[in-house]
Design a protein around this ligand. Structure first.
Ligand SMILES: [Zn+2]
Length: 279
């Protein structure tokens, strides 16, 4: 499932290719994804000039000159595929297609259909029901140790669960929570109410550093953002603990110092951590 760094990379790719372009045709191939597509979507997209992009949490906002923003969420399996316009070949699971005035074609492909597309007035983006309750952006200076401490005070869940809560901080998912906790040397099983104070002062920079490194791995130009078949944003990135069960972590000089990265299940999802250095 795409998390903040992947969504940021997709957004940057869309910005490079679509900003300043006019959508000459919009075609929806079904009436719904996770939710029904908004009324009149094709009509409101066709002829619109794309004026800019923004990311909020795991959402992408594409702004149009008519005052609408298109709110996009990739869900579990959604992909944005950019290709030169060619004689129309139907692609499986491609639900929405945008064609631009300079001969490009953007397809939203989503086999499992957990993704979503909506329209929201640009001036009221943050009031949209999917964005209104989101917590701070982790890379924003407002996401500080004091802010995190305040939202974790008295919280009885584990720190792993707390960081997955999009109201505490927006955009993190299973992978980058594991990576950030490894970097901060904090156990994923620790209770969230023990984090405020010095541990939050360690955790906040660990979250920011983990995300910035992953975003950097996504590249810095359109050539990096687009995969060979036109898919945006799914880059190779070396995780330090995620999916490395049983291997020594980079902090421990091999066995027996490191008992090996451990995998446990928390809220039905895998957590990976080093039991020796994460306390
Ligand atoms: Zn270790």
């Amino acid at each position: 499932m795409p998390e903040l760094p992947e969504v940021e990379t997709v957004m940057r790719g869309l910005r490079e290719r679509l900003e300043g372009r006019t959508i000459v045709r919009a075609t929806a191939h079904r009436p719904d994804l996770r939710w029904p597509l908004p009324e009149g979507l094709q009509k409101r997209l066709t002829g619109a000039l794309v004026t800019g992009f923004r990311r909020r949490g795991k959402y992408i906002l594409m702004r149009l000159n008519g005052g609408d923003s298109v709110l996009l969420h990739l869900g579990m399996s959604g992909r944005m595929v950019l290709t030169p316009l060619r004689p129309n070949q139907p692609t499986p699971h491609e639900h929405l297609v945008l064609e631009t005035d300079d001969g490009w074609r953007l397809g939203f492909v989503d086999p499992r259909r957990f993704g979503s597309v909506d329209l929201v007035p640009t001036r009221q983006e943050d009031a949209h029901k999917l964005l209104a309750e989101l917590g701070p952006e982790p890379l924003d200076p407002a996401f500080s140790p004091a802010r995190l401490s305040a939202s974790l005070t008295g919280k009885r869940t584990t720190i792993k669960a707390a960081l997955l809560d999009q109201k505490v901080v927006a955009g993190l998912g299973n992978i980058y929570v594991c990576e950030a906790l490894f970097r901060a040397r904090l156990s994923p099983q620790r209770s969230a109410h023990t984090i405020p104070g010095t541990r939050a002062a360690r955790l906040v920079p660990a979250i920011k550093g983990t995300l910035l490194e992953a975003i950097a791995a996504g590249g810095s130009s359109l050539r990096d953002y687009v995969q060979p078949h036109g898919e945006l944003g799914y880059f190779q990135h070396a995780w330090k603990v995620y999916s490395h069960e049983g291997e020594p972590c980079e902090r421990c000089p091999g066995r027996p110092a490191c008992p090996g990265i451990r995998r446990i299940t928390q809220s039905a999802r895998s957590t990976f951590y080093c039991p020796r250095t994460q306390r």
